[in-house]
Design a protein around this ligand. Structure first.
Ligand SMILES: [Zn+2]
Length: 376
C-alpha cells in the first residue's frame, strides 16, 4: 500500500460555504505522556477518475492530542479543515504540501509553527473527522458533494479481504488461504452480478494479491459513490468449531465478546482497542445507512446460505450480526462484511476445496446483492 499518486485535474466548482460545525475530539485518556509523532499523511481515493470524495489519513506514533476546525472560505482562502495538533512532532519526510485537486480536496498542507494539518477543499466539499487506534490515525473523509447522481448506473464495490503481507486465516491441511479464497469469491460474484444485471457496474478493491489498507478499501467505495459495499472473508476460530456456518456482519458498537474477538482479528488490532473507540464511531454511522446495511445483510445471508446448501447441505446459519469492523467505518453506503464459511471447520474447509462450492457461495452473494438493489 502507498499514498495515492495524485494527479492534477482541477475544475471550477460552485461557491458554497461549509455548514458543518467545529467539533472537538481528544485522544483517549490513557494516552502516553511522550510527544506523539506524525509519521505520514496518506491520501486515498482521489486518484480515481471523477472521484466523489477522498480520504486523508494522518498516521501517528503515539496518541496525538488534536482539535479539528471546519473553516468557511474567506478572501483568497478556500473552505478548510484544520487539524490542530498539540505537542506533536513530525517526520522530515512528511511533505509540507501535497496537491490533490480531486475528490473535493485541493491540497493537504502542514502549517507551522503551531503544527496544523490543513486540508484545502473545493467549495462544495464537506468533511468528517474521526480517530482510530493501533496504529493511531486521524482520518478525514471528504465528500465532494457533487450534484445529483440521477440516471447513473448503480455501482457495487466488492472487497476481497486481506491480501499481500496479510493472508488472513488459513487451513494448512487443505492448503486454503483466506486472502486467495476471498479474491476468487469476489471475482466469481462480480462475474455473476454482471451477467444477471447488465446495467450494473461492479468494482473490486483489489484484483490481485496486494496489500490494501482498510482505509483505502472504504475510501474507494466512498470516492466512487458506490451503492453497495461488501467485504468478503472466510471465518476462522482458535477455539474448536462445532458447526461453522455463514455470518453477515453490519457495523455496530457491540459488546459481544466473540464478535469483538473476530473484529479484532479482521482489523489487525487487539480487543481492547476495538472497544475503546466505539462510542466515538457510533455517532458517525447514519441511521438510514444502518437500515440499508441490515436489509442488505439479510439478503446476502439468506442467498449465500441457500446457494451454499445446494453443495454443502449442512451449512449452518449464524445469522446477521453486528460488530466493529474498521473496514466498514465511514462507509457512506449500505455496507456489510460476509464471513462465507469456516476455514477451521473441517466439513466446510473440505467443501471450499471444491470449485462448485466456491461458485455456489459467490452466486449467493451476487443474488443477495441483486435482490437488494431490485427492491430498495
Ligand atoms: Zn478476514
Amino acid at each position: 500500500m502507498s499514498a495515492s499518486g495524485c494527479t492534477a485535474d482541477s475544475s471550477p466548482r460552485r461557491q458554497q460555504e461549509l455548514s458543518a460545525p467545529s467539533v472537538e475530539l481528544a485522544a483517549p485518556a490513557d494516552s502516553p505522556v511522550d510527544k506523539a509523532r506524525l509519521l505520514r499523511i496518506d491520501v486515498y481515493g482521489a486518484d480515481a477518475k471523477d472521484a466523489a470524495g477522498a480520504r486523508v489519513v494522518l498516521l501517528f506514533e503515539g496518541a496525538p492530542l488534536f482539535k479539528q476546525k471546519q473553516l468557511p472560505a474567506e478572501g483568497m482562502l478556500p473552505p478548510r479543515i484544520a487539524i490542530e495538533l498539540q505537542d506533536v512532532e513530525w517526520d522530515a519526510s512528511v511533505p509540507v504540501s501535497q496537491a490533490v485537486e480531486r475528490g473535493g480536496l485541493q491540497r493537504v498542507r502542514l502549517a507551522t509553527p503551531n503544527p496544523r494539518v490543513v486540508l484545502d477543499l473545493y467549495p462544495t466539499a464537506t468533511g468528517r473527522v474521526f480517530f482510530l487506534t493501533d496504529p493511531y490515525r486521524v482520518v478525514v473523509d471528504i465528500s465532494a458533494a457533487r450534484p445529483s447522481k440521477k440516471n447513473r448506473r448503480p455501482l457495487v464495490v466488492l472487497d476481497p479481504g486481506h491480501g499481500g503481507q496479510e493472508p488472513g486465516a488459513a487451513n494448512d491441511q487443505y492448503g486454503l488461504v483466506e486472502s486467495q479464497l476471498a479474491l476468487e469469491l469476489a471475482e466469481l460474484a462480480a462475474a455473476r452480478l454482471r451477467a444477471i444485471m447488465p446495467r450494473l457496474r461492479v468494482m473490486l478493491t483489489r484484483s490481485s494479491d496486494v496489500d490494501l489498507s482498510l482505509e483505502e478499501r472504504c475510501a474507494l467505495a466512498n470516492a466512487m459513490e458506490a451503492d453497495v459495499f461488501v467485504s468478503i472473508h472466510l471465518n476462522a476460530s482458535s477455539e474448536q468449531v462445532r458447526k461453522g456456518g455463514v455470518t453477515t456482519f453490519v457495523l455496530d458498537t457491540t459488546n459481544n465478546r466473540q464478535a469483538l474477538r473476530l473484529a479484532a482479528r479482521e482489523n489487525g488490532t487487539r480487543v481492547a482497542e476495538v472497544t475503546g473507540i466505539q462510542s466515538l464511531l457510533a455517532k458517525h454511522h447514519r441511521k438510514n445507512q444502518a437500515d440499508g446495511s441490515l436489509t442488505l445483510a439479510g439478503k446476502i445471508q439468506r442467498h449465500t446460505l441457500k446457494r451454499g446448501r445446494t453443495v454443502h447441505p449442512k451449512l449452518s446459519d449464524r445469522g446477521v450480526r453486528r460488530a466493529m469492523f474498521y473496514v466498514l467505518v465511514g462507509a457512506r453506503m449500505p455496507s456489510v462484511l460476509l464471513e462465507a464459511s469456516f476455514l477451521t471447520y473441517d466439513p466446510e474447509a473440505r467443501a471450499l476445496t471444491k470449485h462448485r462450492y466456491r461458485r455456489a457461495l459467490a452466486d449467493g452473494v451476487a443474488s443477495g446483492i441483486a435482490s437488494y438493489l431490485l427492491t430498495r
